[in-house]
Design a protein around this ligand. Structure first.
Ligand code: FAD
Length: 431
């Protein structure tokens, strides 16, 4: 008879690691199973061109309360990056250049129109269903539908689309309009703070330092390179199958990305409400790219709707005068940036005059253990799926940033979800 753990956690991203720590705090036996040969999931601190980079999630913020509390606990330092000196944007085939605040004044007109009424339908952003009957009107729309409702000049429309594409990581026909409203409301109802929470503050030693601080706080048995294939609820326990083992636990928390849940067989099958949500999935299919360039004389930020990496900004200055830029696109299939000729051509259509030296990216969409970037929910998610996915099923709970109440799609949402799941385990064990 195999050992029965108090808890098996499936998935070693921030959500799974936090849940495992919480459950282990009272001495419970916890086993953490991770498919990859590393922890961290959609965060991945690495080194490229002698520079520490984050292939996945990287930016943190003091307005992300769960992340910030963990940063404080771990005593980690952050860097705050300055506003880039110049900004450019495109209206049709015309490139315009100014300061960030001048461009944001144009963005803001469309942004505020897009978000009119959000204090009423999303008054408490950490409780997205608080007024779901009001939220459902916006929830029925994609970001593209919502933009189509607005009366804007060509320039206002061009910058609004580019701005929202940069946070959607998906074509705007697929991204739910609520995704924009949630980020805005979580950022105190301000465009400026929305940009700040998603792009200015980094951990000096990388996200891996925060992940390890959480993971190392309690001794949790951890198995890497162990994908879970099936989960069966039996009488009084749960059976977890991996490629090489059959394991048992009193409870199981599954903290894998929403878009990978269909790869696990559940017995009994999950209820139809959850199956519908899993089939719907989340919409992100974008890219995050790093491009080293020669010829930059200032720090820059550039946006262009529909471009292969239509949000691009200076991130690192190199001692040799080169810069490393970070870019985001809405379709990972649109370009392979390691093809430097294609990347040069694309860069010329965004910021002319720079020479591409090298480029890198990780394809999170092709990655079988991610199948997406950060969670961008489709139209209808909050009205139809959010509550159903968060409901426990007997001895099983689904978790992860993609299902979080607050900063879903962020590290903060993953930690929130891990804390929630840990509380569920402890209260279920005591029940
Ligand atoms: C390109 C990119 C940029 C981002 N930028 C930011 C940012 O700047 N700031 C921010 O806060 N957030 C950002 N995010 C989002 C953030 O990284 C995620 O929301 C968060 O890390 C998700 O944590 P999680 O634990 O819920 O899921 P994950 O990190 O995806 O962890 C789930 C784990 O489950 C494992 N797994 C999957 N299937 C199985 C299986 N069958 N068996 C066992 N294990 C399995 C996976 O390997 C993974 O380790 C970004 C994400 C990406 C991809």
């Amino acid at each position: 008879m195999p050992e029965t753990y108090d808890l098996i956690v499936v998935g070693g991203g921030f959500a799974g690691v936090t849940c495992a720590r919480e459950a282990a705090r009272d001495g419970s036996s916890v086993l953490l199973l991770e498919a990859r040969n590393r922890l961290g999931g959609r965060t991945w601190t690495s080194t490229w061109r002698d520079q520490q980079i984050e292939y996945g999630g990287g930016w943190v913020h003091w307005h992300q309360p769960h992340t910030w509390a963990e940063i404080t606990r771990a005593g980690l330092a952050v860097d705050v990056h300055d506003e880039r000196a110049t900004t450019s944007w495109w209206v049709g085939d015309e490139r315009r250049t100014a300061t960030a605040s001048a461009r944001d004044a144009i963005v803001e007109r469309g942004w505020n129109a897009f978000l009119a009424g959000c204090d009423d339908y999303l008054p408490r952003p950490h409780d997205p269903l608080a007024r779901v009957e009001k939220l459902s009107t916006l929830d029925a729309l994609s970001a593209a539908d919502r933009i189509a409702q607005l009366t804007l000049s060509d320039e206002e429309r061009a910058v609004l689309v580019a701005e929202i594409e940069s946070l959607a990581s998906a074509p705007l026909d697929d991204a739910g309009a609520v995704a924009v409203a949630r980020w805005h409301q979580l950022s105190g109802g301000s465009l400026r703070l929305t940009q700040h929470t998603g792009g200015r503050v980094t951990l000096q030693r990388g996200t891996v330092a925060l992940l390890e601080a959480i993971h190392d706080e309690r001794r949790v048995e951890t198995r890497l390179s162990t994908p879970v294939t099936a989960i069966t609820q039996a009488s009084g326990h749960v059976v977890v199958d991996t490629a090489s083992d059959t394991l048992r636990a009193a409870r199981v928390v599954v903290a894998v990305p929403l878009n990978t849940l269909s790869a696990i067989t559940f017995d009994p099958p999950l209820p139809s409400a959850k199956q519908d949500a899993i089939e719907t999935g989340q919409a992100s299919r974008g890219s995050k790219v790093f491009i080293e360039v020669e010829g930059a004389t200032t720090t820059m930020n550039a946006i262009r709707a529909g471009h292969e990496f239509g949000y691009l900004a200076s991130e690192f200055d190199r001692p040799d005068g080169r810069q490393i830029l970070i870019g985001f696109g809405i379709d990972a299939g649109a370009i392979d940036v390691t093809d430097l000729t294609a990347t040069q051509n694309a860069l010329d259509r965004l910021i002319p005059g720079l020479r591409v030296v090298a480029a890198t990216q990780h394809d999170w969409i092709a990655d079988p253990y991610a199948r997406g970037t950060w969670a961008i929910h489709r139209p209808g998610w909050y009205t139809h799926h959010h509550a159903a996915m968060r409901r426990p099923e007997g001895r099983l709970l689904l978790a992860g940033s993609d299902l979080a109440n607050g900063w879903s799609g962020f590290i903060d949402g993953a930690i929130e979800s891990g804390l929630d799941a840990g509380r569920w385990v402890r209260s279920a064990a005591g029940a």
